[in-house]
Design a protein around this ligand. Structure first.
Ligand code: 9WN
Length: 449
C-alpha cells in the first residue's frame, strides 16, 4: 500500500528497530527488557524482514541457537553484557546452565527455563518469503527446520498436560499476557514468594499502576522457582492434582498459545514443501494434517458457544475459565476454523466486550465490561500491538476487509502518536509502558509494507 503520508512513520519505526538491535538480535526495550525475548523476536523478525532480511534471519537463528536439548525454546536469552540487576529474574535466578542441564540447557548461553508462544515457524516462513534467494543461499530454512520441528514436538508431547493433544502453559509468563484476569483463579492457588526474596527491576522503568501488582509478582516468582527446583521437569498425564504437586499448581490450556502453535504448524508445512524432496513432502503433509486435527481439538476443548469466544481451560479444576480475554479472539488466524465459529468470533470482536469498530479504538486485552477491566494495567485492559496485528490478520483471512482496514489505520495512528508504546489505552490510544517498543515498531512496519 503506497501511503506517502505514512513515510515519516515508517522511518521512525525503522529507527526504533535499529536502536534496539544488539548485533545478533533485538531487545523489546533498552530500558525495561534488555535481553532477547522469544515471542517478541518472532514478531520483530516479521517487521525487520522488510528492512533487512538478513537481520531478520539472524534474529531467529540467535533465538533458536539457545534451544534446549528437550526442544524447548526459552522465553529469554540473556545478554551477558547487561548488568545482572537490570532485569529480574536474572540468569542467576533461572540457573539454566546448572538446574537446566537435565533438560539439555545449552552450556554456552544463559536462558530462562520457561517458554513463550510458538510464533517462530510462522515468522521463519514470512522472513524466508521476504528474500527467498538470500534464504536459500544461507540455507536458512534448512537449518531452522529441525529446530522448529523439535520445538513443536516438545510442546505437543512434553506439554500435553491435559492429555487431549493441546499444549499447556505452566506459568503466566509462558502465555505472554502476564497478569490477564484469566489467570486470577489458577494463580490464587499459588503461595506467593516472600516479598524480601527478590527485587522488582521493572518498577525502576515502568509506572506501578501500569505494571502487574506485587501480589501477582510473588506468585510468578514462586511458580518459576518451583519449576526450576524440579530441574524443569515436565509432568504430563491426568494426575496433575496429586498432593504436593507444586508442578500442577498452574496448568492452563490457552487459546492464543495453541492457535499460534497451529498457525506455525501450517507454516512448517509450507517450509517443508519449499525444501522439497520426498521425505519433506511427507513431513509437509503430516504438518497439514496435524494443523487441521489440532484446530478441531481447539474447538472441542476451548470454544464456548454461549459466549461466542474461546476460553482458557484450567487443568487443575478441569473447568473452562469464564473470563473473556483477547486470547479468545486469536484463533481467528486459523484458516481451518469452522466458518460458523469464525463468524461468531467476529461478532464478539464487534460486540460490547471488545468494542471493535465501535467504542474501542483498538482491541483491548480484556473484556471492556468485565469487573477486572483496567484500561491502564498491562494485560487487564490496554490494547497491545501484537494481539491487534493477529486479530487484523484473522479478520482479513475470514473476509472482514473493512473492519481489518479500520483496525490497521487505528494501529498506525496509535503507534505514531504514542511513540511506539508497549501498549495503549484502548479508548483513547494514549501510550502506556515502555516507548520505542520492538514489536510495536516491527508490526507497524509490517502493516506499512
Ligand atoms: C516477562 C517482553 C515481555 C513480553 C511479554 C510481556 C512482558 C515480561 C515482564 O514483556 O513480560 O516475560 O517482565 O513483564 O508480558 O508478553 O514478551 O516484551
Amino acid at each position: 500500500m503506497s501511503e506517502p503520508s505514512r513515510e515519516p512513520l515508517r522511518e521512525r519505526a525503522a529507527e526504533v528497530l535499529w536502536a534496539n538491535w544488539t548485533g545478533t538480535s533485538t531487545v523489546p526495550s533498552r530500558a525495561l527488557y534488555p535481553h532477547q525475548w522469544s515471542w517478541d523476536s518472532a514478531f520483530i523478525a516479521i517487521g525487520l524482514r522488510h528492512l533487512s532480511p538478513l537481520r531478520a534471519q539472524l534474529e531467529l537463528e540467535t533465538l533458536l541457537a539457545a534451544q534446549w536439548g528437550d526442544g524447548r525454546v526459552p522465553h529469554i536469552v540473556f545478554n551477558d553484557a547487561v548488568p545482572l540487576g537490570a532485569y529480574f529474574p536474572s540468569p542467576d535466578f533461572w540457573r539454566s546452565t546448572t538446574a537446566g542441564r537435565a533438560a539439555g540447557a545449552p552450556a554456552d548461553v544463559q536462558t530462562s527455563g520457561i517458554v513463550q508462544p510458538p510464533v517462530h515457524a510462522l515468522a521463519a516462513w514470512l522472513v524466508h518469503r521476504a528474500d527467498p534467494g538470500l534464504s536459500r543461499a544461507r540455507a536458512f530454512l534448512a537449518r531452522l527446520r529441525p529446530r522448529l520441528a523439535a520445538w513443536h514436538r516438545y510442546l505437543l508431547e512434553s506439554r500435553d498436560a491435559g492429555g487431549a493433544g493441546l499444549a499447556a502453559v505452566l506459568h503466566p509468563w509462558e502465555q505472554g499476557m502476564d497478569n490477564s484476569p484469566c489467570w486470577d483463579g489458577p494463580l490464587s492457588r499459588v503461595d506467593p514468594a516472600e516479598p524480601g526474596a527478590y527485587r522488582r527491576a521493572d518498577l525502576a522503568h515502568g509506572a506501578p499502576e501500569d505494571r502487574p501488582t506485587d501480589a501477582d509478582y510473588g506468585r510468578y516468582v514462586r511458580l518459576a522457582a518451583d519449576y526450576r527446583d524440579r530441574g524443569y521437569a515436565d509432568v504430563t498425564g491426568p494426575d496433575v492434582t496429586a498432593p504436593g504437586a507444586a508442578a500442577g499448581a498452574f496448568r492452563v490450556e490457552d487459546p492464543a498459545f495453541n492457535a499460534l502453535l497451529i498457525a506455525s504448524e501450517h507454516a512448517l508445512a509450507l517450509i517443508e514443501a519449499e525444501l522439497g524432496g520426498r521425505a519433506a513432502a511427507a513431513r509437509s503433509y503430516g504438518h497439514q494434517v496435524r494443523a487441521r486435527t489440532l484446530t478441531r481439538t481447539l474447538v472441542a476443548r476451548l470454544w464456548d458457544p454461549g459466549r461466542e469466544l474461546f476460553l482458557c481451560r484450567d487443568l487443575r479444576s478441569g473447568e473452562l475459565i469464564g473470563e473473556r480475554g483477547v486470547t479468545g479472539l486469536i484463533p481467528l488466524v486459523l484458516p481451518a476454523l469452522p466458518s460458523g465459529v469464525a463468524a461468531a468470533l467476529m461478532r464478539t470482536a464487534r460486540g460490547p466486550h471488545f468494542g471493535l469498530g465501535g467504542t474501542a479504538r483498538l482491541v483491548p486485552s480484556h473484556d471492556l465490561t468485565g469487573a477486572a477491566f483496567d484500561p491502564r494495567r498491562y494485560w487487564r485492559g490496554p490494547a497491545w500491538f501484537n494481539t491487534n496485528w493477529l486479530v487484523a490478520k484473522g479478520l482479513r483471512l475470514h473476509g472482514e476487509r473493512a473492519l481489518a482496514d479500520g483496525l490497521r489505520a487505528a494501529m498506525l495512528d496509535a503507534a505514531d502518536t504514542s511513540g511506539f508504546a508497549e501498549y495503549v489505552h484502548p479508548y483513547t490510544g494514549e501510550g502506556c509502558g515502555a516507548r520505542g517498543f520492538g514489536w510495536t515498531a516491527a508490526l507497524t512496519l509490517d502493516l506499512l509494507y
